[in-house]
Ligand binder design. Sequence first.
Ligand SMILES: [Zn+2]
Length: 149
Amino acid sequence: MKGVYKRIPLFNCSHVEIGGGSFVSGKSAYHPDDIPLIQRSANIYLRGIREVALKKTGGKCGLCGCILLSGEIPWEVHHVAPKFLKGTLSKKNVLPLCKECHLEVTNAVKARDIDAIKEYVDQNILWSEVITWASKSIQNNSGDNSTPN
Ligand SMILES: [Zn+2]
């Protein structure tokens, strides 16, 4: 019952980023002391993935072929097997797409546009399982309006 006054630092939960689990051994993505190291590691990893993606296409957009190396055209790392179908950021699964093309592909998937998805599969922009997913999604039409990323 003899209490000791001790200042305990708490962190504001609304400022803790959730997601992107820790891949730095022994560190917690939720602990304020560990967050900078984890973010640094994640940035290095993502930078590496961007370089890997660019090398795969010789610095061009994987769809329209525009040159991305100059840095003038914004581009993003595209997942051939989408994240919502458990696609990862592995070297095999990434492609650089200019922002415009990435939006086009993403919108086709969100709209379950089977014809467009098939074209992207033929061009190796999308994984063939996306056709299966979209077909099932349309058949079920169970009010699942979730928008995949
Ligand atoms: Zn493009």
